[in-house]
Design a protein around this ligand. Sequence first.
Ligand SMILES: Nc1nc2c(ncn2[C@@H]2O[C@H](COP(=O)(O)OP(=O)(O)OP(=O)(O)O)[C@@H](O)[C@H]2O)c(=O)[nH]1
Length: 252
Amino acid sequence: MSRKKGVKGRTTTGPSTTGGSAGKSSGKAGKGSMTIGQSNGVVHPSRPAFSCSSEFYDIAFKVMLVGDSGVGKTCLLVRFKDGAFLAGSFISTVGIDFRNKVLDIDGVKVKLQIWDTAGQERFRSVTHAYYRDAHALLLLYDVTNKTSFDNTRAWLAEIHEYAQEDVVLMLLGNKADSTHERVVKKEDGERLAKEFGVPFMETSARSGLNVELAFTALAKALRHRSSSEADDKFKLHDYVSKEVKSPGCCRS
Ligand SMILES: Nc1nc2c(ncn2[C@@H]2O[C@H](COP(=O)(O)OP(=O)(O)OP(=O)(O)O)[C@@H](O)[C@H]2O)c(=O)[nH]1
């Protein structure tokens, strides 16, 4: 696999009206492309707002993608945002980058501002600064890379140290399409997730397996948590167990 260091994604979607970047020499922290109508990351249903892409939303949340370099964080985000797979040479993320996507969750427009972090150790201090604002985290490992799986324990320790106590967290075993290169069994992922009490699913940015589901599940959990209805008892674990598809099952 060829690895180039550089700013990722510029040849595909690039930071535009729906995304931004930080951690580069400009140190802009995405300010120029932040959304309108946002307050402490959450916009309440009583205050309809719109993003720079002119897409209306009722409530907004910040989601962070974390995990070792090369596990597929950027590809997962590009698959979710644009429905495409970033094949070809691997370009590591520098610092941090974000994209927005608005989902319709039970009639409520939920905007996810998704932060794609650099997995490389040298950018760790940049990533730490963003944890505290995240409402949800997707922790990825690569099913073809045992080290990335083993490192999830260290990532979880880091999450516990820097993220909010009530952050919504999910573990994803990515590259589930790579049947021949697989070294981490699905059961191993399930066992680890159970040990840490977090929902789990395998995904594939290449085939699209469970990508929409992973983000939708987070959006549902966050939207229901912010709901004032007393009988709103959405259970992320139950939802994921019911909806999840296995690699041999279907494509998306
Ligand atoms: N087969 C397969 N390859 C994938 C998948 N997701 C990503 N890849 C490949 O894995 C490599 C790394 O993907 P990235 O999305 O750049 O990884 P990353 O986690 O963002 O890496 P950093 O930016 O360094 O943190 C690329 O060559 C991708 O094409 C997947 O679901 N299946």
